[in-house]
Each structure stands twice: as structure tokens, then as C-alpha cells.
Design a protein. Structure first.
Length: 456
């Protein structure tokens, strides 16, 4: 679809654009609230509620907490399959139906978790049911973010794809902030009330949020890029396979670029929360406040760095965020180990606001621009979620093991952060610059010159 530059914002009304950005941001916030409360609960209560009571520890980390982190990781195994399934139909029948389907799946799984009996009531069935619902969440979440990003980017006016695409990751971060905020309120209860019924509140409230999210997304029209594509070319039979065949470099760039962004995006809010509480023995309020302030900083970081990527390119901004994360890995733990609540919050603000924001913000448009429109949903979602298996799903568990085996010392985790960040820096460097590419072209990266010599 060629944009009519004489009309407001390329022929798309301001009202339509506002609703699209709302659907991308609010829908992602509500859906990822569901996904993130599981991570927060894993750090705070699931070890005690869903796994047999045990005094066994791995180093300094309780076995129940490690088991909770393991179920958190298992949810990520389902995400590539969700990306493959919903991405396939998103490329064949449209972006909009998949956005509604994924939010129903994640929201429904979350609500059911709030109703589950604990280990004390039904024994081993409790963690098995918890694991099943985690897989349901992961299957839906595997295509949610990709769909929200593609919705925003395919509607965005030329030259503003980074900024408009940034609304989806901003929504994800707001969802994380909401999850931490709700858990902050319930942790003000007595420990007995929290463990007996208070922990269920964040999960049950998700039903109301689910209704709002479905309502917002159901009113969105199909993207102009996909609508124009339907009239010109038939859909591909196997878009995920074609994404790998036609764009092998881009496919693996996405996987590598995910390692630091996704790994650290879960390591600091999930493992970091547990580290401050369980290893440093600070209060839940101090830990959750740090995570909330970090998420607040990341919202502003995402918008700024998304805008900046439209000006100077996706790659330099993304690599800058990864390198900052590598450089700040050791200072992060030095600040938290002071046991000063202000410095603990500062550590979360810097690592999430700058490191996370500079990677997560431009990633949205960057990944969407790496694939042509007939295979964009499949390529984006499948490659991105394959990366999540090796990154976000494992990072809290790996970090907990490292700090446990080092008797509470965090330096092994800091080295792990550095390693993830350097792999991501190299992966992004290997990819093409895409901020000036044609989002409607069959091979968008062919529309612009490879920018590696300019940035090397």
C-alpha cells in the first residue's frame, strides 16, 4: 500500500493511528502482565506453595525456589511452537485474528493459575497443573509480541517505524510494572495471608484485564500492508520455512540479538528480585520497589531509544544497549550489595532503563524489517521465540545456580551477563541496517546497503 503523503500521516487518520498504538501498547501490557506475574510469583511464593517442603538448598538457594524457576523456564519451551503456529496463520489469514486469539490463551491460562490448589491440598498434581498452565501461557505468548509489533510497524508512517514500533515493547514493560505493583500491594499482607490466599489476587484480576484487552484489539482493522498484499500475491504455504530459507542470516541475527535483551530482561526483574530478598535478605518492599522503578525507567528508555533508532539506525542503538549491559554487570551487583535501598533502586533503574531500553526499544522495528510481508509474522515470532529458549527462560535458573554454587557471591552471574551481552553485540553487528528499508518489499534488507563498514 503506497502512503498518500497529502493526507495526515500517510493517508491513515490520526484516530486510527491512535487506536492502533493503543492496541499495541495496552494489549501487550495486559497480556504480558499475565506472563510476568508468574515470574514474580516464582521469585516470591511458588517455591513454598507448589513444591514439597524441603530444607535442601543448592548453595544458598532453596530447592523449591529453583524448582519454581524451572517451571518458569519450561513456559519458554512452548513459545517457539506458539510463534510457529500463530505466525503461520498470521501470514496466511491476517494479523488481527491472531492478536485476539493469543490474548485469550494467555489470559485464560493466567486466570486458571489463580484457581489452582497448592501442593498441600493435592500433592504432586499441583506442580503438574501449574506446569500445564505455564505451557498454555507460553504457547499464546509466543506470537503475541510479534503480532503487536507488526501491527504497529505496518501502520507506521515512513521514517517513524522505530518510534511507533516502540509502543509494543513499552506495553510489555508497563505490564511488568503492573505485575510488580500488584505484588507490592499483596506483599503488604501478613505472610500467612499472602501464602493462603493473597497470592491469588494478581492472577484472578487478570480476567478483568483480559476483557479490556480483547475489546481493544477486536476493534482494530487489518494492517494496510497485509490488506494490500492479499490483493497482489497469494500467501506462502510454509512461511516459517521460507523465512529461514530466504533470510538465513536475518533469522540467526534475531536469535543472537535476543540473548542479552531477553535474558537480561528476565534475569534482573525475576532473579534480581529473588537475589535481593533471598540472598541479601532485604525486605520484599525494597526489592519490588527497585524492580518497579527499573520498569518505570525502561518505559522512558524504550520510547527515547526507539525514536533515536529512526535517526541514527537500529544497529548502533541496539549494540550500545548490549555494550552498556556488559559494562554495568559488575557495578549492578556492587550497588545492590551495599544493602542501601536507594542504591539498589539505582542499580535497577540504570540496567533496565539504559541497557534494557536501548535493546528492547529498537528491536521491535528492527526484527519486523528483517523479513518480507508474506513471511514477517512467522519469521519474526518463530526466530524471536527460539532465542527466548536460550535466554529469558533459562537466565533466572542459571543465575540462581551460579549464585548458589558461589555461596551467595554474584560475580558468576555478572560474567554470565557479560557473555550474553557480547554475543548479542556481535549478532547485531552481523545484521543489515534496516531503518530506511521498504516495509512492503519482499526482501526489505535488499533495499538498503549493508551498514557494517560504516559502523565497524
Amino acid at each position: 500500500m503506497a502512503y498518500d503523503t497529502s493526507a495526515p500521516r500517510g493517508g491513515i487518520s490520526k484516530k486510527t493511528l491512535r487506536h492502533v498504538m493503543l492496541a499495541a501498547a495496552v494489549g501487550s501490557a495486559l497480556e504480558w502482565y499475565d506472563f510476568f506475574i508468574y515470574g514474580t510469583a516464582s521469585a516470591l511464593v511458588f517455591g513454598e506453595l507448589f513444591f514439597p517442603k524441603s530444607d535442601v538448598t543448592v548453595g544458598t538457594v532453596p530447592l523449591g525456589t529453583l524448582a519454581a524457576y524451572a517451571t518458569f523456564a519450561v513456559g519458554f519451551i512452548a513459545r517457539p511452537f506458539g510463534g510457529l503456529f500463530f505466525g503461520h496463520f498470521g501470514d496466511r489469514i491476517g494479523r488481527k485474528p491472531m492478536l485476539v486469539a493469543t490474548i485469550l490463551l494467555v489470559g485464560g491460562g493466567t486466570f486458571v493459575i489463580g484457581l489452582l490448589p497448592t501442593y498441600a491440598s493435592i500433592g504432586v498434581w499441583a506442580p503438574l497443573l501449574l506446569l500445564l498452565m505455564r505451557l498454555v501461557q507460553g504457547f499464546g505468548a509466543g506470537a503475541e509480541y510479534g503480532g503487536a509489533v507488526i501491527l504497529a510497524v505496518e501502520y507506521a508512517p515512513p521514517g517513524k517505524r522505530g518510534l511507533y514500533g516502540g509502543f509494543a515493547p513499552m506495553g510489555v514493560t508497563v505490564g511488568n510494572l503492573m505485575a510488580a505493583g500488584v505484588f507490592y500491594l499483596v506483599t503488604l499482607m501478613s505472610k500467612d495471608d499472602l501464602l493462603s490466599w493473597g497470592w491469588r489476587i494478581p492472577f484472578l484480576v487478570s480476567l478483568l484485564l483480559l476483557g479490556l484487552g480483547v475489546y481493544i484489539r477486536a476493534k482494530v482493522s487489518e494492517t494496510p500492508v497485509f490488506a494490500a498484499l492479499e490483493k497482489k500475491r497469494p500467501p506462502l504455504k510454509a512461511p516459517a520455512f521460507e523465512a529461514l530459507r530466504r533470510h538465513p542470516r536475518n533469522f540467526f541475527v534475531v536469535i543472537g540479538a535476543r540473548l542479552a535483551e531477553n535474558g537480561l530482561g528476565y534475569l534482573f526483574p525475576v532473579f534480581g528480585l529473588g537475589y535481593v530478598i533471598n540472598t541479601l535478605h532485604m525486605s520484599r518492599e525494597v526489592a519490588i520497589t527497585g524492580v518497579m522503578l527499573g520498569n518505570g525507567a525502561e518505559v522512558f528508555g524504550i520510547i527515547f531509544f526507539s525514536w533515536l533508532s529512526d535517526k541514527i539506525g537500529r544497529r548502533p542503538v541496539y549494540m550500545g544497549g548490549a555494550l552498556f549491559s556488559a559494562l554495568f554487570a559488575f557495578p549492578f551487583f556492587m550497588l545492590t550489595n551495599t544493602l542501601n535501598p536507594t542504591l539498589i533502586s539505582l542499580a535497577f533503574i540504570l540496567i533496565m532503563g539504559i541497557g534494557g531500553g536501548a535493546m528492547f526499544g529498537p528491536q521491535a522495528a528492527f526484527f519486523a524489517e528483517l523479513f518480507g510481508p508474506r513471511l514477517r509474522y512467522s519469521g519474526f515470532a518463530f526466530a524471536r521465540e527460539l532465542g527466548s529458549i536460550f535466554a529469558g527462560g533459562l537466565s533466572p535458573f542459571v543465575a540462581a545456580l551460579l549464585v548458589g554454587y558461589m555461596a551467595g557471591a554474584p560475580w558468576g552471574v555478572a560474567c554470565y551477563v557479560v557473555a550474553l551481552s557480547l554475543v548479542t553485540t556481535f549478532s547485531v553487528w552481523c545484521g543489515p541496517e534496516t531503518n530506511e528499508s521498504d516495509i512492503r518489499a519482499e526482501s526489505p534488507e535488499d533495499e538498503v546497503a549493508d551498514a557494517r563498514p560504516r559502523l565497524a
